[in-house]
Design a protein around this ligand. Structure first.
Ligand code: FAD
Ligand code: NAD
Length: 465
């Protein structure tokens, strides 16, 4: 008989990796406990990441649209005003609904929730510590680490979590900054920079590299910067920030070889680091790699038997759906002996306007690997639905193997790119060819037809251009 505090599986962290793994493990019949230090479940993603940022992106996009893009439809709107308090209230309500939804899923699947910091003690034992309470010890046959990540900082940048801070601070600015400096032209910088630019801030993005979103297909990132510049965002590339501090009612940002920049708020978005603090890895002999990630094998198992890890705390793209896939694969492996994640078919989406989405290999990846490929592109402006939507910016680019025609990657900038990319992710999963996509019926008039036309273009036979 199992004691009350002994489980088949203890999951540490209730982000998209940990909570999805907990639910799936319970579905598979395991007795599961999940330890989360925050009172709300759902992790970075639901509390201070994907969900609140998308809520603000949607609201700010609508504000900007109603102000500047309704006239062309024959709709004159007068007296448009921003109500930032209401925008923030809506964001909080969405977060609350979703985080309490995870608590409901735990109850429904009989996942036992522990609130507190989980520290691994070895031998399947984990201590749960919560301020003001006696620590308690629970144990399990297997332990899954899903402790996520935290925002990185740079030397000499003093965060006060008000004027200077990370994405969490920038998700809750009390007013629209007059001048916001964003350090890092990555996903967070572009998404949250867009939010505040649309709401009226002057936004300056400082990036160390000579282009935005390093790692993304270069044609896509160059096109994105062109469009964001047209929208009024200012980009300075090749900039090494050497410090930032609050001074009076504003901030000073220092950079190498250039004048200091005065602004009233600073968002530091230079990447995230795996979160292993307080986890007690030293107690069980797990060493992190040079980036601080927990090393795992193809079954997401660490160097210690019975201890697994998934999500942002291990290597790979820091994405909620990557963490979820790993969570499911990991517990399915524990129970059935099978479980796998296809890292070639994990899409990445930047929820700006227009959206930017990629899956599979970039042109640069294929060239570097010496893989011969064909390319088909099709612009949004030649699609009837895009015209009706007044969404003529952007293109779909499909990359297929030159000999087998197998789809290797796709890169999209344009309206609803994040939804369009799903078809290509599934195509890659199924080992489809570009001809398979080109010969599949796509409803008319839809944006999905742009994907079909790009697939036809691989073979030089797009119809509408
Ligand atoms: P997390 O979500 O970070 O969850 C880990 C949990 O573990 C946290 O709740 C933490 O409190 C808890 N924890 C840590 N240590 C302990 C401990 N010792 N004991 C108990 N609990 C502990 N990804 C996307 O795919 N799409 C997006 O649109 C997107 N937008 C984002 C926007 C922002 C502003 C940010 C910051 C991130 C965004 N991400 C997005 C990334 C996404 O949030 C992460 O990739 C995802 O949350 C990782 O999931 P995880 O389960 O590995 O970790
Ligand atoms: P990022 O890795 O996307 O971008 C960081 C940027 O900062 C890079 O362009 C990098 O070159 C730049 N940089 C690094 N050091 C710098 C310096 N000293 N000065 C100037 N620039 C510097 O990181 P992020 O934007 O902080 O996002 C963190 C993670 O969160 C990402 O891995 C991303 O996957 C995830 N995220 C995903 C989404 C999404 O899927 N839509 C949204 C937000 C965040």
């Amino acid at each position: 008989m199992m004691s009350e505090s002994h489980f088949d599986l203890i999951v540490v962290g209730a982000g998209p990796g940990g909570y999805v793994a907990s639910v799936r493990a319970a579905q598979l019949g395991l007795k599961v406990a999940c330890i989360e230090k925050e009172s709300a479940l759902g992790g970075t993603c639901l509390r201070v990441g994907c969900i609140p940022s998308k809520a603000l992106l949607e609201s700010s996009e609508r504000y900007e649209e109603v102000k500047n893009h309704y006239k062309v439809h024959g709709i004159d709107v007068l007296g448009v005003e921003l109500n930032l308090d209401q925008m923030m209230k809506r964001k909080k309500k969405i977060v609350k609904t979703l985080t309490t939804g995870v608590a409901y899923l735990f109850r429904k699947n009989k996942v036992k929730r522990y609130e507190g910091i989980g520290t691994l003690l070895g031998g399947g034992k984990v201590q749960v510590s919560q301020e003001g309470k006696e620590p308690q010890q629970i144990s399990a046959d297997k332990v899954l680490i899903a402790t996520g990540s935290y925002a990185a900082n740079l030397p000499n940048i003093e965060w006060d979590d008000d004027r200077i801070g990370d994405s969490t601070t920038a998700l809750s600015f009390p007013e629209v900054p007059k001048h916001l400096v964003v350090i890092g032209a990555g996903v967070i910088g572009l998404e949250l920079g867009s939010v505040w630019a649309r709401l009226g801030a002057q936004v300056t993005v400082l990036e160390y590299m000579d282009h935005a979103m390093p790692g993304m297909d270069r044609e896509l990132s160059d096109e994105a910067v062109k469009v964001f510049k047209q929208q009024g965002m200012d980009f300075k590339f090749g900039v090494k920030v050497t410090g930032a501090r609050v001074e009076g009612e504003g901030c000073i940002v220092q950079r190498e070889g250039g004048e200091d920049i005065k602004c009233d708020r600073v968002l530091v978005s230079v990447g995230r680091r795996p979160n292993t603090e307080g986890l007690g890895l030293e107690n069980i002999g797990i060493e992190t790699d040079r980036r601080g990630c927990i090393p795992v094998n193809e079954h997401l198992q660490t160097s210690v038997a019975g201890v697994f890890a998934i999500g942002d705390v291990i290597a790979g793209p820091m994405l909620a759906h990557k963490a979820e896939e790993e969570g499911v694969a990991c517990v399915e492996y524990m129970v059935t002996g099978y479980g796998h994640v296809n890292y070639d078919a994990i899409p990445g989406v930047v929820y700006t306007h227009p959206e930017i989405a990629s899956v599979g290999k970039s042109e640069e990846d294929l060239k570097a690997a010496g893989i011969p490929f064909k390319k088909g592109s099709f612009p949004f402006k030649a699609n009837g639905r895009a015209m009706a939507l007044e969404a003529k910016e952007g293109f779909v680019k499909l990359l297929a193997h030159a000999e087998t025609d197998r789809v290797l990657g796709a890169h999209i900038i344009g309206a609803r790119a994040g939804d369009l990319i799903a078809e290509i992710a599934v195509s890659i999963e199924f080992g489809a060819s570009s001809e398979d996509i080109g010969r599949s019926s796509h409803a008319h008039p839809t944006l999905a037809e742009i994907v079909k036309e790009a697939a036809l273009a691989v073979d030089g036979r797009a119809i509408n251009i």
